[in-house]
Design a protein around this ligand. Structure first.
Ligand code: ADP
Length: 475
């Protein structure tokens, strides 16, 4: 079975969030299950700098009038699946992130950039003769590859099956309707029964409308997004396609996130040597500048600071638990008002609050190894990875019961609250502080948490079942 895994990011080459983690780990697990999988990414400057070397495979021509496009093969010691890169220097070889410039503004030509990326992916789907490798399935991810099934529909040629996975329904790839004519797609796709979305064009909707099968990254989120409250205006379409909508829970990379082998933490530990965790807590307290004290329950937050993550719900209630002697350490960046609030809190409570604004992968590992509780109070959470890392490291997750959080955390492994409100959050924060004083019970919870099966094997098998069902339809 041949699968082209199409993604706009993949760890360790380029990552801005959960999609990067998934695209870094899932293809390798599919490969381990015998799937012949290749990873397709845009050749961003950052990626070209990360790979050890590249080899030009062939020219795809000037696909959208933005210069000649080449397919490159890339090599990276940690990536076991073949890496294919869509090289169009005018669109991808620039400083900044995959979607935004260095100031954090979206690239003005994102519509063109990801129309081209999608067109290249679609071409690779139908033109096995060029590569000598024709995929059976195109596995597409998020709005950046949403136009792939649209190009395929437009050409009408014999084509591979398509699976479109939504990692976050809130990011929709919305552009002016003129995009269609700019990239050479016919106007008739601009329809409610097509890519039209509030008088604009949505790449996410294109994927949801035209792909053969759909999936999202947890069973609960798959249900939630069919509701008006959480469907982002696409609930009708999703409900219509519920027969094709699968909920496949993400896994985590258990080699990268393993407290027994983690080079980023002060002291490695396992279920059997949980007491060594105290050294990591001590180190984390020192790094974040709070007082070193094992008696203080240490609450950690590793998050993008955006409304989705519910960090604002903490504003009014965190002081309540600080008064009870708890500590808070934060690693994150995003919304400047939230950043300012956190820094202000740190000033007010210098012994008990430590804040690191920025992105820091090794520190994220140290946070999992040293925190007693990891906070994930999300308004919505398609799957969420941080709570799974927390479980694996014996940091008890405190989460809102939504999406993948509801599918991965229970009362035995962590703490849950239901309502999007500071009051409901306060109840479980206090519960966690209370529980911490019973250290025997706490340890039992940690051990239960650390025993959860979180690897990718089960999910990889589930995806393979979907691929197989698609191929049967095709035959
Ligand atoms: P999302 O993709 O919505 O941001 P996830 O929980 O699915 O949320 O994935 C977040 C990923 O990003 C995790 O790997 C988490 O550790 C990481 N992360 C978030 N913020 C930071 C940060 N400031 N520094 C390092 N890693 C971070």
């Amino acid at each position: 079975m041949k699968v082209l895994f199409v993604s706009s990011e993949a760890h360790p080459l380029v990552k801005t969030g959960g999609l990067g983690d998934v695209a870094g780990a899932l293809p390798r697990s599919l490969q381990a299950e015998g799937v012949d999988v290749r990873l397709l990414l845009p050749a961003y400057r950052h990626v070209l700098q990360q790979v050890e070397s590249t080899k030009p495979l062939f020219s795809m021509g000037d696909l959208l009038g933005t210069g000649e496009v080449w397919l490159l093969q890339g090599y990276h010691p940690q990536v076991t699946v073949p890496i294919w890169l869509v090289d169009c220097p005018a669109l991808f070889d620039r400083p900044g992130g995959p979607y935004q410039d260095e100031e954090g503004s979206d690239w003005a030509d994102n519509g063109i950039r990801f129309s081209l990326f999608a067109r290249a992916a679609a071409l690779l789907g139908i033109s096995g003769a060029l590569t000598g490798w024709r995929p059976d399935v195109l596995h597409l991810n998020d709005w950046q590859s949403g136009f792939v099934p649209l190009w395929l529909k437009h050409w009408g040629a014999e084509r591979p099956a398509t699976l479109f996975t939504v990692h976050n329904l809130q990011y929709q790839g919305v552009f002016p309707k003129t995009l269609l004519s700019e990239v050479g797609l016919p106007e008739h796709f601009y329809s409610m029964h097509g890519v039209e979305y509030h008088q604009q064009v949505s790449m996410l909707k294109a994927g949801l409308y035209y792909a053969d099968q759909l999936s999202t990254v947890s069973p609960t989120y798959a249900n939630e997004i069919q509701s008006t409250e959480m469907g982002e205006g696409l609930d009708g379409l999703l409900a219509d396609r519920s027969e094709q909508l699968n909920g496949v829970l993400n896994g985590i990379d258990t080699a990268v996130w393993n407290p027994q082998q983690d080079e980023s933490i002060a002291k490695k530990y396992s279920l059997e040597t949980l007491s060594s965790r105290a050294i990591n807590k001590e180190q984390l307290q020192t790094t974040l500048g709070v007082s070193v004290n094992d008696e203080a329950p240490l609450f950690g937050l590793v998050s993008r600071l955006v409304p989705q993550k519910g960090v604002d719900l903490l504003l009014t209630v965190i002081p309540e638990i600080l008064q009870r002697g708890a500590q808070l350490v934060v690693l994150g960046s995003g919304d400047s008002a939230l950043e300012q609030w956190l820094l202000h809190l740190q000033q007010q409570w210098p012994q008990q609050v430590g804040v690191w604004i920025g992105y820091n992968e090794p520190l994220a590992h140290a946070m999992m190894a040293g925190s007693d509780v990891i906070l994930v109070p999300s308004r919505f959470e398609p799957c969420g990875l941080t709570q799974m890392y927390a479980l694996r490291y014996g940091a008890l997750p405190l989460v809102r019961r939504t999406g993948g959080l509801a599918d991965t955390v229970d009362q035995q492994s962590g703490f849950l609250f239901d309502d999007v409100s500071s009051e409901s959050l306060a109840v479980v924060l206090h519960e966690a502080v209370d529980s911490y004083s019973d250290r025997k019970l706490w340890k039992q919870k940690q051990q239960y948490a650390m025993k959860q099966a979180l690897g990718w094997e089960r999910s990889a098998k589930h995806y393979i079942e979907i691929y197989q069902s698609l191929m049967q339809v095709e035959e």
